[in-house]
Write a protein that binds this ligand. Structure first.
Ligand SMILES: Nc1ncnc2c1ncn2[C@@H]1O[C@H](COP(=O)(O)OP(=O)(O)OP(=O)(O)O)[C@@H](O)[C@H]1O
Ligand SMILES: [Mg+2]
Length: 264
């Protein structure tokens, strides 16, 4: 099941549409989910029951608009919509336990102007038990290419190969050399290539600032894939500096893959 988190925003509906296309490619079901406070889900008598009923009504409208956008995109995909009780980040992370992929927009209805990513999108990336795609910067015609930042994260590589195979797309594997780099990143890439001989791969080894290089490489691509953290990550941090920077600045849909999840 692919889970799309939606609020009332255009960005979220486009995320639901992206998730529907992905579900179509994978032959997976799609669940569209909207999180709202637990009391609003449960209160049906007493002083706040009218407010709660009104909130549930709004939630139904949010879900219906997103579901309609998803259906318009891929009518054949089996679709469920539901509201989730609780804080959106926590609720989405919990609901993602049953998901193979969580998809969100880069911003929502809140959105402090000038911020490049909303707190829900930022808060689920790297924290969900499955890979997270943050949808943004959809070009009218993406080039048929998936881009992956090559580091020591095998799960990210495997995810990227699988996504390229699904789309019959080329995989651009970019390794940005760093002083403290693990010697095995390119070896891991070679091993992944062996496992996915059907995917056409272009390898690039370059110098520079990893986030900047990957942002540029991803521009106009269908998807940019990175591991949630690199080899240099400070212990205890869930997101490495490259994935953090790309969550703010990527110019195409961004997949953040944790260390041990190649997509279940
Ligand atoms: N209540 C929610 N339920 C489910 N998904 C949500 C909810 N709120 C946001 N999302 C998902 O997260 C994406 C980003 O929204 P987010 O809330 O992070 O940004 P924002 O509203 O612009 O900023 P913020 O809420 O931090 O002020 C949305 O496009 C949607 O996919
Ligand atoms: Mg919000």
């Amino acid at each position: 099941m692919i889970l799309a988190g939606v609020d009332g925003s255009h960005a979220a509906r486009e995320a639901a549409a992206w998730a529907a296309r992905e579900a179509g490619l994978r032959g997976a079901d799609l669940t569209v989910a909207y999180a709202m406070p637990r009391w609003a889900c449960e209160t049906d008598s007493g002083r706040y029951s009218e407010v709660a009923a009104w909130m549930r009504q709004s939630a139904t409208e949010v879900l219906e608009a997103a579901a309609e956008r998803a259906r318009q995109e891929r009518p054949e995909v089996s679709l469920t919509s539901r509201y989730l009780p609780g804080d959106p980040r926590t609720a989405l992370i919990r609901a993602a336990a049953d998901a193979e992929l969580l998809v969100v927009g880069n911003h929502g209805v809140g959105g402090v102007r000038g911020l490049l990513i909303g707190s829900v999108a930022y808060g689920v990336a790297g924290h969900a038990p499955c890979p997270v795609v943050v949808v943004r910067g959809l070009p009218r015609e993406a080039r048929n290419e998936v881009v992956v930042g090559v580091s020591g994260n095998v799960a990210a590589l495997e995810f990227a190969f699988a996504e390229a195979a699904l789309r019959d797309a080329r995989l651009l594997a970019v390794h940005v050399r760093a002083e403290d780099e693990p010697p095995d990143a390119l070896k891991l890439l070679a091993e992944s290539r062996e496992r996915h001989l059907g995917v056409a791969v272009v390898e690039q080894v370059v110098d520079g600032d990893p986030a900047t290089v990957l942002r540029e490489a991803g521009t106009g691509a269908e998807l940019l894939v990175v591991g949630s953290r690199g080899h240099g990550a400070v212990a205890g941090m869930v997101l490495g500096s490259v994935s953090q920077a790309l969550l703010h600045h990527a110019s195409c849909p961004l997949a953040v893959v944790g260390p041990s999840e190649a997509g279940r």
